[in-house]
Design a protein around this ligand. Structure first.
Ligand SMILES: [Zn+2]
Length: 49
């Protein structure tokens, strides 16, 4: 994994505690955001764009 693939999952929470990121359509876990895609660390789902 390259250095720029830093996972920012835990920086996506709003002050009111709600999560602003997307959820995985396969397993419902939160998706990790990368520069050009999002990915699920649980089932391996990846979406570009
Ligand atoms: Zn998943």
């Amino acid at each position: 994994m390259a250095k720029h693939d830093k996972v920012q999952l835990w920086e996506k929470y709003s002050e009111d505690g709600s999560y602003e990121g997307e959820k995985c359509p396969r397993c419902g876990s939160f998706l990790a955001e990368h520069e050009d895609r999002v990915s699920c660390g649980k089932c391996g789902y990846t979406k570009h764009g």
